[in-house]
Design a protein around this ligand. Structure first.
Ligand SMILES: C[S@@+](CC[C@H](N)C(=O)[O-])C[C@H]1O[C@@H](n2cnc3c(N)ncnc32)[C@H](O)[C@@H]1O
Length: 250
């Protein structure tokens, strides 16, 4: 484990960044993040989630995965609110999906959506092996038409206990208008990546990777809109890449 001085030196030199899969930590040092993983996340990570994390690590887009600490957080949260009917937008190989499926009761449900089925199928054998696949209704394709379909039928209004959004950042604000109708009063929506690599506070001329720069304005817009929305209470947490929890109050 690196010392604080080594970390500072590495961070000034722009080298030695944490290599952990899914790592997007905004913590002051990588050593601190590693400490969290080693003391309280990995020792308690369910075996199938570890297996899925290791499968994902070999995939070229592994940066997209939900990190292990965020998976643990979601699992705790779902149990605390006794979630049963849930939704996930943005599945990738299924790490957060498996965290959810394991946390729900046996008759719990997850409506899971992703434009890419192939990546979901990488993790699916692990989900099947652990006996939680029956909770998942996977829909391949863009989430928006599915949400529009759900909103059209009044009986779906207020029917979800928890919704996790981890997909196309340029659509979060549009998803929000639909999701706020679909989540129950007292239920939660979690928007992932709301600190977007820390870029939300980067100066306009900061050297940002192209995709980070592109989505940054949408994330900034979303954060403002959520803070001003009287239908929800919010709490922005620096877990993973930032997650904003929205509790519907009316
Ligand atoms: C950051 S990854 C999701 C990570 C996932 N939660 C996990 O635990 O690994 C984002 C996912 O959103 C999906 N996506 C992008 N645009 C989408 C859309 N319009 N509708 C549904 N899924 C979309 C991508 O295919 C990608 O798999």
């Amino acid at each position: 484990m690196a010392t604080k001085a080594e970390d500072e030196q590495q961070s000034q030199a722009g080298t030695g960044r944490h290599q952990e899969v899914g790592h997007k930590s905004l913590l002051q040092s990588d050593a601190l993040y590693q400490y969290i993983l080693e003391t309280s996340v990995y020792p308690r990570e369910p075996e199938p989630m570890k297996e899925l994390r290791e499968i994902t690590a070999k995939h070229p887009w592994n940066l997209m995965t939900t990190s292990a600490d965020e998976g643990q957080f979601l699992s705790m949260l779902l149990k605390l609110i006794n979630a049963k009917n849930t939704m996930e937008i943005g599945v990738y190989t299924g790490y957060s999906l498996l965290a959810t499926a394991l946390a729900l009761p046996d008759d719990g449900k997850i409506l899971a959506m992703d434009i890419n089925r192939e990546n979901y199928e990488l993790g699916l054998p692990v989900i099947q092996k652990v006996g939680v696949a029956h909770k998942i209704d996977f829909k391949e394709g863009p989430a928006m038409p599915v949400l529009d379909g759900l909103v059209q039928d009044e009986k779906n209004h207020g029917s979800f206990d928890f919704i996790f959004v981890d997909a196309d950042k340029d659509n979060y604000i549009n998803y929000h208008e639909r999701l706020v109708k679909l989540v129950k009063v007292g239920g939660l929506i979690g928007y992932d990546n709301t600190l977007w690599n820390g870029s939300v506070v980067a100066p306009p001329d900061a050297p940002l990777r192209k995709y980070v720069r592109y989505y940054r304005d949408f994330v900034l817009e979303l954060n403002k809109a959520l803070a001003a929305d009287p239908r929800i209470e919010i709490c922005m947490l620096p877990v993973g890449d930032g997650i904003t929890l929205c509790r519907r109050i009316k």
